[in-house]
Design a protein around this ligand. Structure first.
Ligand code: SF4
Length: 282
């Protein structure tokens, strides 16, 4: 089963939920950190035997000697990454999505396939036996999706393994790519007007993917009741509430998953998982 943990805004407690859930469940657990811009699952867990793999994307390499400026590539490129100016052909790698169409469109075989490194993936085993995979996008690199895909490609195909995905915040391509293919999506929010606004965006996005949704309210006790009213009106189950707690915040600030020091929470995460399984129909 694949469970993605997402939210419409950053700082709601996605990573904390993903890690504490992973440490609470029996059986084989794999934790994928798809927030490749700023992965931090591994900072809450001690990783051993990390394997690092580079992630590349295809880039066209243009041979100006062979190019007769047919402009087929310019006309083909959906992202306007190739441009013919007065001084010849120009290529903008940060606009290129690596589709390879320009290579096929050139009548003179003046473009060949090159590659550009976007980042790396790390894979290792954390304490309590949880397998962790996370991605690191190169600084300044706009193309996060291929690195997210490279992390997800390492998800176990074994149905006995529970895969938990910590998604990037927001509702743009990186979040959608991270959640895509999940069996269930948990949206983490706070009971505040900001939390409600971003929860609504996230719900609208995930519903388009036709993935069942449940909500975890973090820092419950602050703010107002609008999130609860919204979930009720939209028939979205609230799976768990994690109270606004100084002890939980202090443990997080020290890089300690709170379930390791507050073991009474373990059963609550197990119940959360059972609720997800029941709603998923397994
Ligand atoms: S590989 Fe695709 S996106 Fe990149 S320059 Fe060629 S046509 Fe454009």
């Amino acid at each position: 089963m694949i469970i993605s943990i997402a939210s419409g805004k950053g700082g709601t407690g996605k990573t904390s939920l993903a890690v504490n859930l992973a440490l609470s469940l029996p059986g084989q657990i794999q934790l994928l950190d798809c927030d490749v811009d700023e992965p931090n699952v591994h900072t809450l867990l001690s990783m051993k035997n990390e394997q690092v793999k580079p992630v590349y994307t295809l880039v066209p390499e243009i041979d100006e000697q062979k190019c007769n400026q047919s402009k087929n590539c310019v006309n083909f490129c959906p992202n306007h990454a190739i441009f013919v100016g007065k001084k010849g052909i120009n290529f903008f790698p940060e606009l290129c999505y690596g589709c390879g169409g320009c290579i096929l469109s050139c009548p003179n075989q003046a473009i060949k396939e090159g590659k550009r490194q976007l980042g790396v993936t790390h894979r290792g085993v954390a304490n309590h036996g949880v397998e962790v995979v996370y991605g690191n996008l190169n600084i300044g690199e706009p193309l996060a999706v291929p690195v997210i895909k490279a992390v997800k490609e390492q998800a176990s195909p074994n149905n006995e393994v529970t895969v938990i995905i910590d998604c990037p915040p927001g509702v743009s391509c990186p979040m959608v790519e991270s959640v895509h293919g999940s069996d269930y999506c948990v949206l983490v929010t706070e009971p505040t007007p900001f939390g409600l606004h971003d929860l609504q965006l996230a719900v609208d996005t995930i519903r388009q993917l036709k993935i069942p949704i449940g909500v975890v309210v973090n820092r419950s006790g602050i703010g107002d009741r609008q999130v609860y009213s919204y979930c009720k009106s939209e028939q979205i189950p609230i799976l768990l509430e994690i109270p606004h707690s100084r002890k939980i915040a202090e443990l997080f600030a020290e890089g300690i998953p709170f379930v390791t020091k507050m073991p009474e929470w373990k059963s609550q995460f197990e119940t959360l998982f059972q609720m997800i399984q029941e709603r998923y129909g397994r």
